[in-house]
Every structure is written in structure tokens, then in C-alpha cells.
Design a protein around this ligand. Structure first.
Ligand SMILES: [Zn+2]
Length: 703
């Protein structure tokens, strides 16, 4: 965990968005003066969306606290029995000097009285003076169109989950009534259900996926496991508030970025209340392989919209876990900067805000969690990390457990889960707003690291999540999961070569009638592939370098094909002109002389120094990353991919008349002009600007 930043701004904003209903009253102050021994003092109750934060002064020697809730009328007379709804324990929060508890599960809008008492072991101490308050009703004025929309889950008081058809109707109504929202269908499930995504921005969302990408969007995936529906209901309610609320936080947030919400990636599984999709596939074990139409759609969306941060919602069947187990992408091929920033979001922000608002985030596992939270790249958390997205898993503890003893009532249980998800996702939005510079810097560091193709490849294996000293929400992290023998490749290849059959051949993995080829899947991931005379070459000098070997290397645990490893052909000093025909791979090379790529040749250069010029005309592909070139660089009329990232060029750079996908020209330092023209697709920079001394012109004018 880093402490390099302040969360004061977020705290201020959050405090402003909550209304204090009841503070200490004169009568309570008097009562305090006459306190019984070990009686809890200073109880406050602050209302949030679907929860109430209780805070109190700690009692010396208390081992835990019980939270009691009683339904009351407007005059505070009881209308039902008092119930213990919460148990506060020291491992709940990082600062035991200011205990808080998010009481939840009640029907929002109802009125209650709360009391708190300390316990010494099993011995209960006197209750605090009571505090009453009316809880915050469901968001939206019932008399204003749009605001008055409610989900099926809300109208049935959590007795029913929102069905597929009711989700579509609710979604379409928001789309129609809010200028801020565009709902787009990113794909269809195996059974043909639409997979919708809310695209939310202010005053209107950016018009195209590329324009949305330029706003550094964030994404929430709400329901991959069909039998874990709690997050999805939170997402639907949250989408309404984002669509119609005019509070300053919402307007500010949506003015700066775009919120992408995928409520139901697994509509077939949700309809059937099954973990997997209609074929039985666990979709959260398919985000790298994308055998299924649902995961294919999501990965395709990630390529187009380029979110910089994400959350992936689940429920966790472990009654002793915290309220909100979370975990960063910890596969060891994920760039360090992405792991660090994700950890900062969880431990630096969520733990701090959880202690303030009374929720209990903890690392996934979180007290006897078992063998969870590992390094499979097939899990969205890890796939996103390998795509340089700062992100976290979110699990909602399924049952009330011992700390929420009133959740035998199903509706109470469901409401606690859904509103805790909403709290997390709103915190995520606030984190993104306050830390966007750090998030985008982490992403830029990650992309430049990955394109350099340096360091070992780990096929499976996680970074450790350090335990915090007890009592602390981080005292019980997930298992170590270090890479084992045979899961490390110290000498990474330069590229993988696939045969025609491997690349375009029919596959049997995936639902009949909806199967995709390796070519289609790599295209969905957005990987650059060079067509050569006898096959297809996938260089590692590209932004998703950490994921490529996991799918294309024979050693991969869940791979697509056994690709042929291509190793560097030029390393160390090379004197005189270097002529490239066929595939030439430079790694840590020093070329004293020009490099000329002949028609049909492929140049892949990483970590190299070239006394230029570099002149490629009619190449099959050109990859120039983490390298320095003296002299002009000219890449023209290539038939395939062009990637120039993190290069230092002394002299001009020209990228012209290339016929492949959009050339990637990002994070370069050019002491000379950068000129692009006539490319079949205009070059892109993935939001990583180039530092150019001369003018930037033509298709590169804004890069
Ligand atoms: Zn799950």
C-alpha cells in the first residue's frame, strides 16, 4: 500500500453527499453525563443510499459491539420488535479508535431507532442512548419522469430479482429519457439475449467508442455468474441516478469521464439462476480464451472503448468473510504499475472509506477463504490487468454470517448485498475522479513496459498479497500462489508463429454454430498479427504482451494453440547496413548503420539502438519499441501492422500509405517532425501522447 496521496477530497465530497439526520441532542448530552459504567457514548447515525452509518466512542475493554435496530413511527414509538442487526468486531476496520458500522438490509425510506452496546466476552454492557432517523428512500422523485423509474427488485421490496425483460424495459426507458445515456448492445448471449451496456456521460456521452476512449472511461461488469445477482441490482439503480441526478458530484464526474456499465453479461445464466452460461461454461474462466459469445463480446468492447479502470461484481459464499472481499489483478505478467495502482485503490481507498462509512472491505479470501483469488488469466480481474486496466474483483458476502445476524430474512440479506455493491461502485467512481492522473500514468507505464518485451514470462503464478497485522481487514489474504516449476519462461521469445491451420482453422471449443477462429479471437483482443509467406507472426512487442504467450505458447496452461517460438536474430553489435527480408528480430542490438526493410520483410526491434535511417517500404510489418534511432524513420506502404511505441528518434518520422489496421504511434520522443498521411486507417496513440519537437501533421496532427 502506498500513502503517496490524500483521500481528503473524496472524504469531503462523500460527507457532503450524506445527510446527518441525528446528532447528539441536548437531552442525550445530559444522559451522557449520567452514563452507566461501560455504556456506549456519542452514538451518531448518518444516512447513505440503502444503509445507515453508525459511529460511537469506543469503550475500554470491549471485545465487540452489538447494533440494535427497532422500527419506529414518526413519534419514535416502536412499531415492531428490536432486533440485533449487527456485530462490530475489531478486524472490521483499520482504525479501531473510531468504530463504525454500516447497518443495512432495511427497506430504504423506513424509520428506525438504533442503539449500540459493548460486550466483554459474552457479557453485554448497557445500551447507548437511542438515536432515531428516517432512512434515505430509493433515489428519484416519484413525480419526475425518469427519476420515477424503479426496478422490479425495488418495486417488490427485494422479493424478486429484476427479470431479463424488465431489465430491458427499464434500460430502454433510461436510454430514452436521459440525454446522458446511450445504451448499446455489445453482443448477444449464446441463446440470443442482448448484452447491453450503459454509456453515460455529461451532457451527452461521447459519440463513438474511440471518442469515449479519449475520456479515460471506467467500466463495471455487474453479473458474470448468473446465480450471484446482488451487484446487478445495484448497477441498475446506480445507472438511474447517474442518468438523472443533478447533484454536483454526478455532474462533475460525468463531465470528466464516461461510465460504462454492463449489467448482465450472462443473461442466460441469470435467467436460469446458474453460475455458467447456457452451455455450462463458467464465463469468468473464459475472458482470455473467449470461446463463448458473451466473453467475446466483452473483450471486443474492451478493445473498442479502452476503459482505464474496472470493477467486476460477484457474491462469495463464505459466512466468515468481510462484507466486501476485493482483489487486484495479481498474475505476475501484469505490469507492476497496474498491480500497485489497483492495490492502492483497494487498500489505500476502500479500506479507508470503509472505515469511515462502516463497510468491511477485505482481501478476497478474508478469513478461511480457501484456495481463491489465484492467477488464472481466464478470470476477468487478471485479464483486465493484462490489458493494462486498473481493476478489482468485488465479492458480496452471500450470507449475513455472524456479523449480520438478522439476514435469515431473505429481503434483508439481498438489500444489504445490493447496497454494499452500490457503495463500492460509487467509491470506485470517486476514486477514478480523484486519481485519474495516477491511473492513466500507471496505464502508460504498463503499456511501455509491455511493448518493450522485457523480463520473464510467467504462465501461472500470482504476486503475493501481504497480510496486515491484526486486527485489520487485511489480516487474512488469499493464498500465496507463487509460480511453480514449468510455469516460468526466463527467455521470452520475440514472437509466436502460427500456421494457417492454427490461425484460420475451424475450432470445436465454443457453442455449435457460434464458434470463432483464433484469427477472430486475436482480432477481438486487438493484437497485431503479421501475415508472412508461411503463416502468421504475433510479436510480443505490443501492449498485451503479458497475455500473448498464455494463449499461444505450448507451455500455456489454458492455451489456444502451440505456436512456434521465434527468437531474436540480431543481438549485440551489428556493423554496417542491416537489410531485412523475412522476419528479423532485434533485441538489445546496436546497429551501426542503416536498417532497410525490403518489401515483404518484417522488422521487430526492442531495446535496440540504431544509427539510422530506418527505411521500410512495403514491409509486411514493422515493430519499433523501446529503441533509439538516429536519423529519419520512414515506414511506408506496409501491408500489415505498424507499431512505433516508446522510441526515441533523432530526426523526422514519416508513417504513410500503410494499408493495415491503424498504425500505433504512441509515447515516442521525436526530435523532428512527425508526419502521417495516406494510411488506410488513421494512426492512433491509445491516449499515450508523443513528444514531438517538429510539427505533427496530417493523420498524426493530434497524436
Ligand atoms: Zn462469482
Amino acid at each position: 500500500m502506498r500513502d503517496r496521496r490524500t483521500t481528503a477530497l473524496i472524504s469531503l465530497v462523500l460527507a457532503a453527499s450524506l445527510a446527518v439526520f441525528t446528532g447528539p441532542l441536548p437531552a442525550q448530552a445530559e444522559a451522557a453525563a449520567q452514563a452507566e459504567p461501560n455504556q456506549v457514548q456519542g452514538l451518531t447515525v448518518v444516512q447513505g443510499d440503502g444503509y445507515a452509518t453508525l459511529g460511537w466512542t469506543p469503550v475500554d475493554g470491549a471485545t465487540d459491539y452489538q447494533i440494535e435496530r427497532t422500527p419506529v413511527a414518526a413519534d419514535d414509538s416502536a412499531t415492531g420488535p428490536a432486533v440485533i442487526t449487527g456485530v462490530w468486531r475489531p478486524n472490521r476496520q483499520i482504525n479501531n479508535s473510531s468504530p463504525t458500522f454500516a447497518d443495512a438490509g432495511f427497506n430504504p425510506g423506513a424509520r428506525f431507532q438504533w442503539r449500540v452496546r459493548a460486550r466483554f466476552g459474552d457479557t453485554a454492557q448497557p445500551y447507548s442512548s437511542p438515536v432515531s432517523g428516517t432512512t434515505t428512500p430509493p433515489w428519484g422523485d416519484p413525480s419526475i419522469p425518469g427519476e420515477n423509474l424503479r426496478t422490479q427488485w425495488e418495486t417488490t421490496l427485494a422479493a424478486q430479482y429484476t427479470s431479463d425483460v424488465n431489465e430491458y424495459a427499464y434500460t430502454a426507458a433510461i436510454d430514452e429519457l436521459s440525454d446522458r445515456v446511450r445504451v448499446t448492445e455489445i453482443g448477444r448471449t449464446a441463446l440470443g439475449r442482448p448484452i447491453n451496456m450503459f454509456v453515460i456521460g455529461y451532457p451527452t456521452p461521447a459519440a463513438t467508442p474511440a471518442a469515449v476512449a479519449a475520456t479515460s472511461p471506467l467500466m463495471i461488469n455487474c453479473n458474470v455468474h448468473g446465480n450471484e445477482p446482488g451487484d446487478r441490482e445495484g448497477c441498475l439503480i446506480m445507472a438511474r441516478k447517474l442518468a438523472f441526478s443533478n447533484d454536483a458530484r454526478t455532474i462533475d464526474l460525468l463531465s470528466r469521464t464516461t461510465v460504462l456499465i454492463v449489467p448482465t453479461i450472462n443473461g442466460d445464466g441469470r435467467a436460469a439462476n446458474t453460475r455458467g452460461n447456457s452451455t455450462g461454461q463458467d464465463l469468468n474462466r473464459d475472458y482470455s480464451l473467449i470461446r463463448q459469445p458473451e466473453t467475446f463480446a466483452l473483450v471486443n468492447m474492451l478493445r473498442e472503448y479502452r476503459p482505464v479502470a474496472g470493477y467486476d461484481g460477484h457474491e462469495f459464499g463464505n459466512s466468515s468473510a468481510g462484507d466486501l472481499p476485493m482483489l487486484p489483478p495479481r498474475h505476475q505478467n501484469v505490469a507492476q504499475s497496474i498491480f500497485d495502482e489497483s492495490q492502492h485503490m483497494i487498500e489505500g481507498h476502500m479500506y479507508t472509506q470503509g472505515a469511515k462509512d462502516g463497510w468491511w472491505p477485505c482481501p478476497y479470501g478474508c478469513n478461511g477463504g480457501g484456495n481463491v483469488g489465484l492467477s488464472e488469466e481466464t478470470i476477468l480481474r487478471n485479464t483486465l490487468g493484462l490489458k493494462n486496466v486498473v481493476n478489482s474483483l468485488l465479492e458480496l458476502r452471500s450470507s449475513g454470517g455472524t456479523t449480520r445476524p438478522d439476514e435469515g430474512n431473505t429481503a434483508n440479506n439481498r438489500r444489504r448485498k445490493t447496497y454494499s455493491a452500490m457503495w463500492t461502485f460509487n467509491q470506485f467512481l470517486d476514486y477514478h475522479r480523484a486519481n485519474l492522473k495516477e491511473i492513466t500514468a500507471a496505464r502508460a507505464d504498463a503499456i511501455t513496459f509491455q511493448v518493450s518485451n522485457t523480463g520473464r514470462i510467467v504462465f501461472r503464478g500470482s504476486r503475493p498479497i501481504e497480510a496486515h497485522p491484526a486486527p485489520h481487514p487485511g489480516e487474512a489474504p488469499p493464498p500465496l500462489d507463487a509460480p511453480r516449476d514449468g510455469q516460468i519462461l526466463d527467455d521470452a521469445p520475440c514472437a509466436y508463429k502460427l500456421t494457417e491451420e492454427q490461425y484460420h482453422g475451424a475450432r470445436t471449443d465454443g457453442p455449435a454454430g457460434q464458434r470463432t477462429t483464433v484469427a477472430q479471437r486475436l482480432a477481438a483482443h486487438g493484437w497485431k498479427v503479421v501475415k508472412v509467406a508461411d503463416g502468421y507472426v504475433v510479436p510480443l512487442a505490443q501492449p498485451e504482451r503479458g497475455l500473448i504467450p498464455l494463449l499461444l505458447d505450448g507451455q500455456g496452461v489454458e492455451k489456444l494453440v502451440d505456436g512456434e517460438r521465434l527468437y531474436p536474430t540480431v543481438t549485440g553489435p551489428h556493423s554496417g547496413q542491416l537489410v531485412v527480408s523475412g522476419v528479423t528480430c532485434l533485441r538489445d542490438a546496436t546497429v551501426t548503420g542503416p536498417v532497410r526493410v525490403r518489401s515483404g520483410g518484417t522488422l521487430i526491434a526492442t531495446g535496440s539502438s540504431i544509427t539510422g535511417p530506418v527505411d521500410a517500404s512495403g514491409a509486411a510489418g514493422v515493430f519499433l519499441t523501446d529503441s533509439a534511432v538516429e536519423g529519419p524513420v520512414r515506414i511506408a506502404q506496409s501491408s500489415g501492422p505498424v507499431v512505433v511505441v516508446d522510441a526515441k528518434v533523432t530526426g523526422p518520422v514519416e508513417v504513410s500509405n500503410n494499408q493495415g489496421d491503424a498504425p500505433l504511434v504512441a509515447a515516442n520522443t521525436v526530435s523532428g517532425p512527425l508526419q502521417c498521411s495516406g494510411n488506410a486507417a488513421a494512426p492512433v496513440n491509445l491516449e499515450l501522447g508523443n513528444s514531438v519537437q517538429g510539427p505533427k501533421s496530417g493523420q498524426c496532427a493530434s497524436l
